[in-house]
Ligand binder design. Structure first.
Ligand SMILES: [Zn+2]
Length: 410
């Protein structure tokens, strides 16, 4: 017995001596031991032997655990014990997994980790109490400023700057009712602050615009993100929603004289002719207002329309104003909602002074009074001070932007 122990100790001494004179000096091992222990999925990752992969077509938890000696019976128990936390049948092809075993000479499988998405994972315990817990990677919020001049399109120019195309989507979402991004011009400029979540060093989710200025053909459109209690929305400096609805009529105090009617008896032609517009009678010279912001695409005289103007508002809507006595805008002009674009008249096919207002949706003429538009709630009066303060800060103080991000807890 004593002799046996003597031999074991002798053997160990020889091994240590060999180690000391080999490249693997214990000093290196000490340095490694002093390093911060690496924690991943809430586990001491360096004290585990890890296999990993991604789920292949048709692979179930049983298939994945079988090579590690976990019996189908044990997998069934694991699935049953975990079902309130995570249903193992929800695992999807292509998702990553890790199997962590002990570092023993005969490794014992301890944990199976399944990554549900960019931020969340499930840790299954394979030893003793079979079960699962949910976990999330730490999420950071980064904030950035992006400035540029349009050369081609917002999408291409942002891409050239190394920004994600998602940023172009976020910006067009903010300006959906203000600027038609499929028709921005060379020389248009943008300057925006945004924030985005970062997980494991990679940006995830949609970038969110905090504040933005977009100058389209010399006209600046500002947007500020603010939450007045019903979720974040974007507002112009006056507190009006950027998701602006159209004005109800192109003429203030205009009287509707003829509605949208596909079977209308035409007073001049004396026959049934669809009336794909809404007429508003008003004295000659009454100002006609653009019902929404946009770009003038037509400003000309035509036999039936007389002097008329057509405006493109966004990728979906266009409006047209007929029979003007005078046109005050030209093709390519950027107009703001409410801007006077012409004067009431009776040029073209008209019995008396009125404006025939036509509303186009995806290239089709529709009755604007029957269209359902998204809500465009402005900043409520009791929130106005808070909004004004936020705008002031967002305008100039980048540091405030950072604080705001933290306060919003995104
Ligand atoms: Zn008409």
């Amino acid at each position: 017995m004593n002799k046996k122990w003597f031999l074991v100790i002798l053997g160990l001494s020889v091994v240590l001596a060999v180690l000391q004179f080999s490249g693997k000096t214990p000093a290196v091992m000490l340095v490694e031991a002093e390093a911060e222990p690496r924690i991943r999925f809430g586990l001491f990752w360096d004290s585990l032997s890890v296999d990993s992969g991604s789920i292949k077509s048709g692979q179930t938890l049983s298939h994945l655990l079988d090579p590690y000696g976990i019996t189908p019976g044990k997998v069934a128990t694991l699935a049953a014990n975990s079902k309130d936390v995570y249903r193992v049948t929800s695992m999807r092809q292509g998702k990553d997994w890790w199997l962590a075993s002990s570092l023993d000479s005969v490794p014992e499988p301890l944990w199976f980790i399944y990554e549900r998405n960019n931020t969340d994972y499930v840790v299954f315990s394979l030893k003793d109490t079979l079960g699962a817990r949910l976990g999330s990677y730490p999420v950071d919020t980064v904030y950035r400023r992006v400035q540029g001049v349009i050369e081609n399109s917002l999408y291409l120019d942002l891409e050239k700057m190394g920004e994600s195309h998602l940023l172009a989507l976020s910006m067009s979402k903010v300006y959906d009712w203000t600027i038609d991004f499929s028709h921005v011009r060379k020389g248009d400029t943008f300057d925006a602050y945004y924030f985005q979540q970062k997980v494991n060093g990679a940006l995830v989710g949609m970038p969110e615009i905090l504040s933005s200025s977009f100058t389209h053909v010399g006209t600046e459109f500002k947007a500020y993100r603010f939450d007045q209690g019903d979720g974040p929305d974007w507002f112009d400096p006056t507190g009006a929603s950027l998701r602006k609805n159209f004005l109800k009529t192109p003429i203030e105090f205009g009287r509707m004289s003829s509605g949208f009617n596909k079977k209308r008896f035409h007073p001049v032609l004396k026959r049934v002719k669809a009336h794909l517009g809404t007429d508003y009678a008003a004295p000659k010279g009454t100002p006609i207002r653009a019902v929404g912001s946009g770009v003038v695409t037509k400003s000309e005289y035509k036999a039936n329309n007389g002097n008329y103007v057509k405006i493109r508002h966004n990728g979906t809507y266009e409006t047209q104003y007929l029979h003007m006595s005078k046109r005050l805008v030209k093709v390519g002009d950027v107009v703001k909602q409410g801007q006077v674009i012409g004067k009431v008249g009776s040029t073209g096919l008209a019995t008396g002074p009125h404006v025939c207002f036509r509303f186009w949706k995806n290239g089709e003429q529709v009755d604007h009074r029957r269209e359902a538009f998204p809500p465009d709630t402005p900043i409520r009066s009791e929130k106005m001070d808070e909004f004004a303060e936020a705008v002031k800060q967002l305008e100039f103080d980048a540091e405030y932007v950072l604080n705001l991000v933290e306060r919003m807890g995104n």
